[in-house]
Ligand binder design. Structure first.
Ligand code: HEM
Ligand code: HEM
Ligand SMILES: [Fe+2]
Length: 446
């Protein structure tokens, strides 16, 4: 049984794909600027492009998570969404706030706090928007027939993500204090509560796609939540090594952040094991590809490449270099980009009634995007390691080093082109499914 109000999800997913396209555009602007084609400099200098690129990333992922919640919560709670009209109001206001922020960045209306560049007054609108979203999701869940572990973990992730936005809004005169609390948002999101969102979506998808008992799948989910909190909270210390706070963080951050890959390892093992155990052969292979892909690539991007620079002895050299960008790309893509695409791939045929499971364009999208992103990661990695040696070991001038490593950005652009081709294929496939219909949702799925 499906619920008509799940249709709202489609529009959040469409917004998500639109913003992803824009994010990629700004990525290319930076890539070309890095190899000397900085022709847009007058209008879009590198720092503006960077802020737009990363903020668009956050907004398309949030829009994807919200779409996921609007799709999953009614189905798990077994009732329609409490108010569909308000969900559309929330969608439109999310798009407006996002666009206002991005336009503002082009007129230098932003704060120089990486990832939290949105000016504080606009932050209040973000808060109102998210409160509306949470209100709709949580009332639907608690008025529903059942409150499953999957739905609770997903909702708790979303609720905590909203609460953790607040410390980032506190005003401080001290750079150290500002930095200290900025990480409560940036770190505790991606290495804490967003993992719960990912775990919730992963669990929903595995229940649907593998047919393994909910009890078995949700037991794993507890393990993942446990490992996440055990390591991720004190793991925040890996951003506190040399920012001017107590030195105890060097030990605490080093030890706990080194444990963080365990949660991602558990997710990868979880997904692969459930796939092996599963007897149900769901025809939606594309959704399965993206689901298993998210679990595996996140382990590599977040777990392994995160570990690569998390010990204080290493981070002393790699901090803030392109080594960070290497890890940032594969981690964000694997964990959060791919899980959003996985839930879209699963839900789209159910919402539109067009079961394009076997499309070769869909398969090409998966491989091009992933091979392209792995290539980009390698390009950033090679550039980053070269940067660390030249700048930090051999004390070469910062700009001279940037000049030396610009060749790696040619490789980056080539790989990014393959990635973009994959995303273009994906969007064509998305478009081919057509619009969601009530009939398709009434029909239900496998
Ligand atoms: C496909 C085209 C893309 C290109 C050409 C591109 C390029 C870039 C460049 C040049 C930077 C700035 C690095 C620097 O500081 O010099 C950057 C930053 C960043 N990009 Fe991309 N990007 C692309 C797509 C993506 C995607 C799809 C994601 C996420 C899934 C992503 C996530 C990020 C993140 C998180 C940062 C900040 C990294 C840091 O904190 O150091 N990018 N990107
Ligand atoms: C999906 C999960 C993850 C995502 C999306 C992610 C993304 C990022 C991004 C974007 C940055 C740059 C932040 C900034 O400078 O403002 C960063 C920094 C960092 N990440 Fe992750 N990360 C994840 C998981 C991990 C894990 C599990 C570890 C450790 C095992 C880790 C270790 C680090 C370290 C040490 C830094 C600081 C780099 C520096 O000093 O410049 N990350 N991460
Ligand atoms: Fe972190």
């Amino acid at each position: 049984m499906k619920y008509k109000s799940q249709k709202v999800a489609y529009w959040f997913f469409a917004l998500s794909m639109l913003l992803l396209t824009l994010q990629i555009t700004y990525g290319f602007i930076m890539g070309f600027a890095r190899i000397g084609f900085d022709n847009l400099h007058e209008f879009i200098p590198f720092n503006t492009a960077r802020a737009v690129h990363t903020n668009l990333l956050v907004v398309w992922l949030l829009s994807g998570f919200m779409g996921a919640a609007y799709y999953i919560i009614p189905e798990e709670a077994q009732r329609e969404l409490v108010n569909v009209k308000l969900a559309y109001v929330q969608l439109i206001s999310l798009a407006l706030v996002g666009v206002a922020a991005i336009i503002g960045f082009h007129f230098n209306i932003w704060e120089g706090r990486k990832f939290l560049e949105i000016p504080r007054p606009l932050d209040y609108l973000v808060v109102v928007n998210v409160l509306l979203f949470l209100g709709l999701i949580l009332t639907t869940l608690f008025k529903g027939k059942r409150q499953t572990t999957t739905a609770l973990v997903l909702s708790m992730g979303l609720l905590f993500a909203a609460l953790l936005y607040l410390p980032g809004m506190l005003p401080f005169d001290s750079q150290v204090m500002d930095s200290f609390f900025r990480w409560w948002v940036v770190h505790l999101w991606v290495e804490g509560v967003w993992e719960l969102i990912m775990g919730g979506i992963l669990s929903f998808l595995l229940i649907k796609l593998t047919g393994v008992d909910r009890e078995v799948i949700e037991k794993w989910l507890y393990v993942i939540v446990g490992l996440t909190f055990l390591s991720g909270v004190l793991g925040t210390g890996h951003h506190y090594y040399y920012i001017g706070v107590n030195k105890i963080w060097i030990i605490v951050g080093g030890i706990f952040s080194a444990l963080e890959p365990l949660a991602f390892l558990a997710m990868a093992l979880f997904a692969v094991n459930m796939y092996r155990k599963g007897e149900k052969k769901h025809p939606n292979k594309l959704a399965l590809y993206w689901t298993l892909g998210a679990a595996i690539v996140s382990f590599v991007g977040a777990g392994l490449l995160g570990f690569a620079h998390t010990l204080p002895q290493t981070n002393l050299y790699t901090h803030g270099t392109l080594v960070t960008a290497m890890h940032g790309h594969l981690a964000f893509w694997g964990a959060y980009g791919m899980i959003v695409i996985a839930i879209i791939s699963y839900s789209l045929p159910n919402m539109t009634g067009r079961k394009l499971y076997e499309s070769s364009i869909g398969r090409a999208a998966f491989w091009c995007a992933n091979i392209g992103m792995v290539g980009m990661t390698v390009a950033f990695g090679v550039a980053g390691v070269a940067q660390v040696y030249l700048e930090r070991k051999f004390k070469m001038d910062f700009m001279a080093v940037q000049n030396e490593i610009s060749i790696h950005f040619v490789v980056l652009i080539l790989c990014a082109t393959l990635f973009t081709l994959g995303i273009a294929f994906y969007i064509v496939d998305f478009y081919k499914h057509g619009l969601p219909t009530d009939e398709a949702l009434e029909e239900g799925d496998l």
